[in-house]
Design a protein around this ligand. Structure first.
Ligand SMILES: Cc1cc2nc3c(=O)[nH]c(=O)nc-3n(C[C@H](O)[C@H](O)[C@H](O)COP(=O)(O)O)c2cc1C
Length: 195
C-alpha cells in the first residue's frame, strides 16, 4: 500500500496551488479529482482532499462523502480555500458541520486556507453571486470597499499549508518508524533462527 495522495477540485486554480504545494512538501502526487477512480484512492493509506468553497459547500466533496464507507480505514485530511475572513472560527465549524456527518468529522483532519478571486476569470453566474456578496462586505467594511468591489483578491500563500503538512508528516513519520521496527524484528528473528 502506498502512503499518501493529494486529490483536489479547483474551479479557478486557488485550491490547485495549495494541493501542489502540499504534495511537494510531502513528496507525493497531486491529482485532479476528476481523474481519480475509487480503485486509485484505495491504494493509499492517507488521502488529502482539497476543494474551493462555493456557497458554503466544498467543491467536489461528494467524491469523498459518497465513498466514505470504502474509505473508513484511511487517514483523511480535507482542506478548503475560500474568501471568508481569516480567523472566523465559527464559520469553519459551520463548514465542517455542514459538509460532513458527525461520523465523518471524527475521521477527518480539517483545514481552511484563504483563497482567491478574479472577476475576469469568473463565469457570468459566479460573477453575479460574487458581486452581491462583495457589495454586502463593502457596506459592512467601507474602509476596504474598493478592494471588495474590484473582486480581484489573492490571499493564497504557501505558508498556510504548514500546519496541515506538519500534521500529515508526523503521521507518516510514525508509520515509517513502525515499518522500520517491524523490519528489525523480522531480521532479528531470522538471525536467531539461523544461529
Ligand atoms: C460563486 C462563488 C461562491 C463562493 N462562496 C464562498 C463561500 O461560501 N465561502 C467562502 O469562504 N468563499 C466562497 N467563495 C470564494 C471561493 O471559495 C474562492 O475564490 C476559492 O479560492 C476558489 O477556489 P478554486 O479556484 O480552487 O475553485 C465563492 C466564490 C464564488 C465565485
Amino acid at each position: 500500500m502506498k502512503d499518501v495522495l493529494v486529490v483536489y477540485k479547483s474551479r479557478y486554480g486557488a485550491t490547485e496551488r495549495y494541493a501542489k504545494w502540499i504534495a511537494e512538501s510531502l513528496g507525493c502526487e497531486a491529482m485532479p479529482m476528476q481523474q481519480v477512480k475509487t480503485a486509485t484512492l484505495l491504494q493509499y493509506r492517507m488521502l488529502i482532499f482539497g476543494g474551493g468553497l462555493y456557497m458554503g459547500r466544498i467543491n467536489g466533496v461528494t467524491a469523498l462523502t459518497r465513498r466514505f464507507q470504502e474509505l473508513k480505514d484511511k487517514t483523511l485530511f480535507v482542506f478548503t480555500s475560500g474568501l471568508t475572513e481569516p480567523g472566523d472560527d465559527g464559520y469553519y465549524t459551520f463548514l465542517f458541520t455542514r459538509n460532513f456527518t458527525e461520523k465523518m468529522r471524527r475521521q477527518i483532519h480539517f483545514f481552511s486556507f484563504p483563497g482567491a478571486v478574479d472577476a475576469e476569470k469568473l463565469s457570468r453566474f459566479h460573477r453575479w453571486i460574487m458581486k452581491m456578496t462583495m457589495q454586502e462586505r463593502a457596506k459592512a467594511d467601507p474602509a476596504h470597499a474598493q478592494a471588495y468591489l474590484s473582486m480581484k483578491m489573492d490571499f493564497v500563500d504557501r505558508s498556510y499549508t504548514q500546519p496541515l503538512v506538519d500534521k500529515a508528516q508526523a503521521i507518516l513519520d510514525g508509520w515509517q518508524e513502525k515499518k522500520q521496527r517491524q523490519q528489525q524484528i523480522r531480521q532479528q528473528a531470522q538471525q536467531d533462527a539461523a544461529e
